[in-house]
Ligand binder design. Structure first.
Ligand SMILES: [Zn+2]
Ligand SMILES: [Zn+2]
Length: 267
């Protein structure tokens, strides 16, 4: 079994188009790429229902779409018999856990990805860049501290691009992943192996082999995703993801259904 559980629903021009017909090109691309099942994970901040959560302009300027329409597009595709799951990529906002939970509670999610793109108004992968404002060592410390809190929040089923802070290819010296991996292991949730980093300045998979190896040792399950914003990207570089998973000792990946996780042998 192979799945791509990190996909943003777009039309063929890459524009947001939360309609069930937008799903079909992604399913066709998945078939061509040998991917058995795909999951859509639109950014939570695109939806007006989540407006009250946002303080960063990047987020508050974008929440204009209807969450009902997005959910309906995927549910209809599922009812048409397509191998698709309903997810969402949810920015973790420390201190707003209950509000996040309440806003997302009405919808029939298969899984929720937890992401950290901003911390206290500073961008992990965007301007104003946290690494420029606070330095690399402090940026890494804050990022992984927040990731540990995201794991412990109980809001998420997997953590997307879990070492995103390395995106610009600057790294803290001899970083100790122990505390964050312990927190993830205690939470029982998965970490995502993402091929998106291969196409960013860092030019690597997320996460680092050291991080993933520590996750394996502690029994943390993995999900898998390309972070596709276009059908062509579904399943991209999954042979490299398989290699990383195997070399880290993983033999199964996580399949989600209605927020229940099960393990399937990696195909
Ligand atoms: Zn993301
Ligand atoms: Zn994404």
């Amino acid at each position: 079994m192979i799945v791509d559980y990190h996909i943003h629903l777009r039309n063929e021009r890459g524009e947001i188009a939360h309609e069930t017909r937008s799903v079909d090109p992604f399913v066709e691309a998945a078939r061509a790429a040998g991917v058995d099942e795909i999951g859509f994970t639109e950014h939570v901040y695109y939806f007006r229902q989540t407006r009250s959560l946002w303080t960063v302009p990047y987020h508050s300027e974008r929440c204009v779409y209807d969450l009902e329409a997005y959910v309906q597009a995927i549910v209809e595709a599922r009812e048409r018999g397509l191998p698709v799951k309903l997810g969402l990529e949810v920015d973790y906002v420390p201190g707003r856990e209950e509000e996040t939970r309440r806003l997302l509670e009405p919808y029939p999610w298969d899984y929720l990805l937890g992401s950290i793109h901003y911390i206290d108004g500073l961008g992990v992968d965007a301007e104003p860049r946290m690494i420029d404002q606070v330095g690399v060592e402090e940026a890494w410390r804050r990022y992984f501290h927040t990731l540990a809190d995201a794991a412990g929040s109980g809001l998420f089923d997997s953590l997307s691009h879990p070492d995103l802070v390395k995106i610009f290819s600057v790294r803290a010296e001899a970083f100790d992943y122990g505390p964050v991996v312990n927190a993830i292991a205690r939470s029982g949730i998965a970490v995502e192996v993402s091929t998106a980093g291969l196409h960013k300045p860092v030019g690597e998979l997320y996460p680092n082999p050291d991080f993933l190896g520590a996750c394996r040792e502690q029994g943390v399950p993995v999900s898998l995703g390309s972070d596709a914003h276009l059908p062509d990207v579904v399943g991209r570089d999954f042979s490299l993801a398989r290699e990383l998973l195997r070399s880290s000792g993983y033999e199964t990946i996580t399949v989600f259904e209605q927020r229940r996780a099960s393990q399937e042998p990696i195909g």
